[in-house]
Each structure stands twice: as C-alpha cells, then as structure tokens.
Design a protein around this ligand. Structure first.
Ligand SMILES: Cc1cc2nc3c(=O)[nH]c(=O)nc-3n(C[C@H](O)[C@H](O)[C@H](O)COP(=O)(O)O)c2cc1C
Length: 342
C-alpha cells in the first residue's frame, strides 16, 4: 500500500469541469487514488458526488478544492473586459446586457469542511495554497492527509511549514491552472523534471510529481528523480468516465494538441490549454481580464454558442504539453498501464 492509502502511489489529477465521481470511482477500483474536484460544484452537488463514491467503493480517494480569496466585484474592469468581446457578441448575436456576472469557481469554505467531515476522505488536496490554519488542523484531525500544489521551491517550503503532509510539484508542462500562490510571475515555474528534484531536496515530506507525465515510462522517470508518487491529469481526458466535451475531445485527438500555452483569458488566472481562436486574438495573456475567477462570465455565452456549432473557439481546451497519453480506454485500464512504470 502506498503512503496515500491506495495500492499504487498514482493520483488521478482532480480536473474541475471535465469529471465527476465516475472517473474517481474507476481509478480507485483499479488501485489508483481517484480524485473528486469540487471547485465548480455546489455544496449539494458535492454531497451527492461524495455519496456516489462511498456507495461504489471503500477504497481511499482524494477530494480537491481551490483556495483563492474571492475578489471584490469591479464593474469598470468587467465592463472593459466585455468591451473587448463586443465584436464576438455581435458575431454570435449575443446581447451583452443579458450576461449574468458570476464567479464560476468557488473556494474551500467551512461549510464544505462540514460536508467533508461526514465522509472523512483519506486525502484532501488544495490548489493555490492552503486554507486557514484552523481548517487545515480540522481536516488533519480527522486523520486525512493534506496535499497541495507547489510551482516553485519557495511554495513547497511554505506548504510544508503550513501543514501539508505531501507536496505536489507541478511543473510548467501541466494542463489546467497553475497552482501558484506566492508569486503571479508565470516565469518562475520550472519544468517538472527541473522542479521535482529541487523540491525533493528542499522538503522532508513526500513529493508528488505532476505535469507532462503521460505513460509508464514517464511515471518511472519521475520516480527515478525522487518522486514518492505521481499525479496525472491530461492522459485521463479521453476516458469514457470523464465528462470532457465533444469539442475538447476532438481538439485533444487532433494535431492542435501539440500547441498548448498558458492563458488567463478564460478565468483570470494562468492555465494551460490548447491554443484556440480567443487565445490567439485576445491573449494568450491579457492584463485587462477581471481577477480570478470573475474572468469567466464574459466568455461563457460565447463558449455555449460556439460549442453548439461544434467549435471550440471560446472553450478552455485545458491540456498539458504532452497529450500523447490520451487514450479512449476505460480509466481503470489506463491506471493499470500507468502503474506499470512504478
Ligand atoms: C482539464 C484539467 C482540469 C484541471 N483542474 C484542476 C482542479 O480542479 N484542481 C487541481 O488541483 N488541479 C487541476 N488541474 C491540474 C492538475 O492537478 C495537474 O497539475 C495536471 O493535470 C498535471 O499535468 P498533466 O495534465 O500534464 O498530467 C487540472 C488539469 C487539467 C488538464
């Protein structure tokens, strides 16, 4: 048994927006640590997904949260950002005044902790730092392990000093949002195989490698560099248990997947996705986007309309730099094949 409680020291990365409990359950049943991302779930939805996992398996699993500080609404900034989308709203016949402002992603709260306490998952992981010391103490008090992402050696040391039981070293290759929280300078995040050995040297707790690991040989390489476990996201995106959209699946299977970059135009924080029209025309990084996660609302109706026409021009096509591990096979089978590298 691994230090995570699962048979294999292999975590299916939590991926908000492209999975619910079905992926978690399939990975757990195969001996990996399945994850349930909660950043885009209401408390009721989270309770329902947790109950589904508990009903399907008694294996350990991970529940994941964002821990950003919600920003104050900034109507001038929001208006300026919507103005940048005006030509697209005209193109798609969208009335900009009909678009609701809304956060799109919620941080961890004491209320979410109350729901977690009912299930006491083996592992709870955080992105963008850690919640308050009280909440970290509370979760660890149930016997849960607390993990968090670090994108630099400084962040790894900070997380260890603030109670993390293990550090996820997230390299720049990784798909989705950067876990950065001490600096918003995206040039500070090294590649996985540069970051990992430095973090292993800098902290005493176990280190989990994330970013660009796509097959058993990648898993073996991370373990050779001192990782105690691996966390893999992109490779799971084509599994039937994931809820990845049709346009996202098509992009991952196409030549376009070879060209990913960091962009903030979808949410307000940098995340890695396959380059598409809105990233080319408004980004990939744009200083005018509202603070995370308020950047989400302006683009949402465009995404919906374009996707209805089979286009991913306004969709966040999150992907790491190495999509070669994406296979249309059941997540359990993928987990077992990745575990051959252990
Ligand atoms: C589609 C997608 C969504 C993601 N959502 C989350 C999330 O909700 N929480 C989180 O901690 N990490 C999230 N990540 C980042 C992963 O935890 C991890 O760092 C990354 O997948 C590892 O790199 P890889 O995609 O190259 O395997 C996401 C990644 C992807 C690809």
């Amino acid at each position: 048994m691994s230090f995570l409680g699962s048979r294999f020291p292999l975590i299916q990365a939590p991926m908000a927006g492209v999975q619910l409990s079905a992926l978690t359950i399939a990975v757990c049943k195969a001996g990996g640590l399945g994850s349930l991302p909660c950043a885009m779930l209401s408390v009721e939805a989270m309770r329902k997904e947790l109950a589904a996992i508990r009903a399907a398996t008694d294996r350990p699993f991970n529940v994941n949260f964002f821990v950003h500080t919600p920003p104050a609404a900034d109507p001038r900034r929001e208006a300026a950002w919507r103005a940048a989308f005006a030509p697209y709203y005209r193109e798609y016949g969208i009335d900009p005044d009909s678009i609701p402002a809304g956060p799109g992603r919620a941080p961890f709260t004491a209320e979410a902790a109350d729901v977690l306490e009912e299930v006491k998952p083996a592992v709870v992981s955080f992105h963008f730092g850690l919640p308050s010391a009280d909440l970290v103490r509370r979760i660890r008090g149930w016997g849960c392990k607390v993990l968090a992402s670090a994108t630099t050696v400084d962040e790894a040391r900070w997380l260890e000093a603030h109670g993390a039981d293990a550090i996820i070293a997230q390299g720049v290759e990784a798909g989705g949002h950067r876990g950065n929280f001490l600096s918003d300078d995206i040039s500070t995040q090294p590649g996985t195989f540069a970051l990992l050995p430095q973090v292993v040297r800098a902290v005493k707790v176990p280190v989990i490698a994330a970013g660009g690991i796509a097959d058993a040989r990648g898993v073996a390489a991370a373990m050779a560099l001192g990782a105690s476990a691996v966390q893999i996201g992109t490779a799971y995106l084509l599994c039937p248990e994931a809820t990845t959209s049709a346009v996202h699946r098509a992009a991952l299977k196409s030549e376009a997947a070879r060209n990913t970059t960091l962009t903030n135009v979808f949410t307000g924080r940098p995340a890695r996705g396959i380059v598409n029209r809105v990233m080319r025309e408004l980004g990939p990084m744009n200083a005018a986007v509202p603070a995370f996660p308020l950047g989400t609302s302006a683009i949402t109706p465009l995404r919906t309309k374009a996707e209805a026409q089979g286009r991913g021009d306004f969709s966040p096509l999150w992907s790491g730099q190495n999509a070669t591990g994406c296979r249309e096979i059941p997540a359990g089978e993928l987990t077992r094949s990745l575990a051959e590298g252990l």
